[in-house]
Design a protein around this ligand. Structure first.
Ligand SMILES: [Zn+2]
Length: 490
C-alpha cells in the first residue's frame, strides 16, 4: 500500500500588508521532509509515523509552508500547487493521499486554497482513491474541503499540542478505507458564529465545553472522527467562522446529527465567544499591582502566529509612560540589531526600536540602554510546544537593557514567543521578571503558563487585534454573530 504525503500550509491574514510570495515559502522535498519533521510533533511527523504503525509506504513528495502573513500571490499558488500535482501525477498511481494543510489559506485567485487543493487532488486521483486531510483547528472549514476529501481531521487543542496524533488518526482512517474496513461519511455544520481570538484557548470555557461536546460525539458508536473549527477571524472569506465536522462509518444521518448537535450547543452559548479584554493601560496597571510576578501580558494585536509584524511597541510605550519596569519583551527590528552589533557588547547607546513595519503596531520608541549580549538567535525546544516545532531561529539578535529597567530582546526575524528556550538561550530568566510580554493569544501558553503567576490577554491594536470592529470585511457571510447580533441559526 502506497500513500502520497504532500501539502501547502498557510494561515493567511488577509488584513496583513505583507504578501505571501513564492520566496516567503520554505519548501521541503522528498527526504528533506523526513529530516525536518520526523522527530517533531507536527502533522508531517504523524503521517510518517503512520507508515510504521499501519505497515504501509508513505512517500513524502513536497511540503510548502510560510509564516502567517498576507494573501498568497497567484504566482506562488500556481508554482507550489503546480509542483504538488506534477509530483502526484508522475509518481503515481497511489492507494491513498495524505494532505498536510492548515485550513486558513487564501490566495489572490482562491479564497479557499485548501478546498481548491483538495479538489484538484481529487480530480487527479479520481473518486476511488481515499484522500485524507489534516488541518489546524482555527482554520475555516468549507463544504468544498469536505466534498473533496474522504476524511478531514482537525487538531483538537489550541495551543496545538496534538498535530501528530491527529495526523495518525487521519492516516488510519485512510488506511482502513483502502483495506475496505470502513466507509467514512462526513457532515459539516456551520452556524453563523465567530469565536473571538481571545476565546480560542481550548483549556478554558467556552471552548472547553465545545471540546467536551466533541468528546461525547467521538464516543458515539460508529463515529470515526469529529472536529471543531474555531474559525480564523483574520481571513476575510465567506466561510469565516465556526465549523463542526463529524465523520461516521457509513451512516450519513449519524454524522449529520452529530455535527448539528455540536453546532446547536455552541450557538446557544454564543454570547460567551465574544471578546472582552483590558486595554494596555489597564493590563499594565494590573500587572504592576499584582501580588507576585511574572505577569504575562499577551499582546493580542501583535500575534505573530496570526500574521502580525512582531514589532509592536504599544505595550512598551505604555510601560514607559506609566514608569513600569522589571519588564521583558521581544521586538523584531533588524536595523536596531545592526546598530547594537556595531556598538558591541557593553556599549551604551540611544536608538529607536520597533514599530517600523507599518502604522498599525505603534511607533518606534526611543530607548537608551546597554548591549548585554549578541547571539546568532538559534535555539532548540525538545518538549511539545505550540505547533510541534523543534528548531527556532530569531536571526542575529541582541539583548538590550534600558534605563527604564526594560529588557528588550531585539531579533532580525519575525519570531513569536512559543518557547522559553528563546529567553534562556539569550541568558534571560523570564521567571525573574515582573512583566513579561508574549506576542500572541494562545501559542505562548505552553511556554509561559508553567512560570506565570497570572496571564492577562490585552486588547492591543494591530492586524490581529481582538477588536474585530477594527477590520473592514468584504467577503464574510452575513449575517454573522456577533457582527450582526440578531443572526439566527435554524
Ligand atoms: Zn494554529
Amino acid at each position: 500500500m502506497r500513500l502520497a504525503l504532500l501539502g501547502v500550509a498557510h494561515e493567511t491574514n488577509t488584513f496583513s500588508r505583507v504578501p505571501a510570495d513564492y520566496d516567503s515559502f520554505r519548501i521541503f522535498r522528498g527526504d528533506e521532509i523526513v529530516r525536518e519533521y520526523r522527530e517533531s510533533h507536527s502533522t508531517n511527523a504523524g503521517y510518517l509515523e503512520a507508515a510504521e504503525r499501519f505497515g504501509c509506504e508513505v512517500a513524502p513528495l513536497v511540503y510548502a509552508t510560510a509564516g502567517p502573513i498576507g494573501t498568497i500571490t497567484a504566482d506562488a499558488f500556481d508554482r507550489i500547487v503546480g509542483e504538488m500535482l506534477r509530483l502526484l501525477k508522475d509518481q503515481g498511481p497511489w492507494d491513498g493521499v495524505l494532505l498536510s494543510q492548515h485550513g486558513a489559506a487564501v490566495s489572490d485567485d482562491y479564497p479557499d486554497v485548501d478546498g481548491e487543493v483538495a479538489a484538484r487532488v481529487r480530480a487527479l486521483v479520481g473518486p476511488d482513491v481515499p484522500v485524507g486531510m489534516t488541518l489546524d483547528l482555527h482554520g475555516n472549514l468549507t463544504q468544498k474541503m469536505i466534498e473533496n476529501t474522504t476524511a478531514t481531521v482537525l487538531y483538537r487543542t489550541n495551543p496545538h499540542l496534538d498535530p501528530r496524533p491527529r495526523a495518525v488518526e487521519c492516516a488510519e482512517i485512510i488506511v482502513r478505507t483502502i483495506r475496505g474496513e470502513v466507509r467514512p461519511v462526513q457532515a459539516l455544520e456551520m452556524p453563523p458564529l465567530v469565536v473571538n481570538i481571545v476565546k480560542q484557548f481550548t483549556g478554558e470555557q467556552p471552548m472547553l465545553g465545545v471540546m467536551n461536546d466533541l468528546d461525547e460525539v467521538l464516543a458515539r458508536p460508529g463515529m470515526l472522527s469529529g472536529s471543531v473549527a474555531e474559525g480564523y477571524p483574520y481571513s476575510d472569506v465567506e466561510e469565516m467562522g465556526m465549523g463542526f465536522l463529524a465523520v461516521s462509518d457509513g451512516d450519513a444521518g449519524a454524522a449529520r446529527d452529530a455535527a448539528r448537535w455540536m453546532a446547536q450547543r455552541a450557538w446557544a452559548n454564543r454570547e460567551q465567544f465574544v471578546g472582552d479584554t483590558p486595554s494596555p493601560e489597564e493590563a499594565l496597571k494590573m500587572a504592576a499591582a499584582a501580588a507576585k510576578g511574572p505577569v504575562v501580558l499577551m499582546d493580542v494585536g501583535d500575534n505573530i502566529g496570526g500574521g502580525s509584524s512582531a514589532d509592536s511597541t504599544v505595550l512598551l510605550a505604555e510601560a514607559k509612560r506609566l514608569g513600569i519596569g522589571d519588564y521583558l519583551q521581544t521586538l523584531y527590528d533588524p536595523e536596531a540589531v545592526i546598530a547594537c552589533v556595531a556598538a558591541g557588547v557593553g556599549a551604551d547607546l540611544t536608538l529607536k526600536v520597533g514599530g517600523k513595519t507599518d502604522d498599525l503596531h505603534g511607533s518606534p520608541v526611543e530607548v537608551t540602554g546597554c548591549v548585554r549580549l549578541i547571539s546568532d538567535g538559534k535555539y532548540e525546544e525538545t518538549t511539545p510546544v505550540h505547533g510541534g516545532f523543534r528548531f527556532f531561529d530569531d536571526g542575529t539578535r541582541v539583548v538590550l537593557e534600558t534605563t527604564d529597567d526594560h529588557t528588550l530582546l531585539l531579533t532580525s526575524r519575525r519570531s513569536g514567543n512559543t518557547t522559553r528556550q528563546q529567553m534562556y538561550s539569550a541568558g534571560i530568566r523570564p521567571e525573574d521578571k515582573r512583566v513579561v510580554v508574549a506576542k500572541g493569544v494562545v501559542s505562548p501558553r505552553p511556554a509561559y503558563e508553567p512560570i506565570a503567576a497570572q496571564i492577562i490577554l490585552v486588547n492591543t491594536p494591530g492586524v490581529t487585534t481582538s477588536d474585530l470592529s477594527f477590520f473592514e470585511y468584504r467577503r464574510r457571510r452575513r449575517p454573522l454573530y456577533p457582527f450582526e447580533p440578531d443572526a439566527t441559526f435554524p
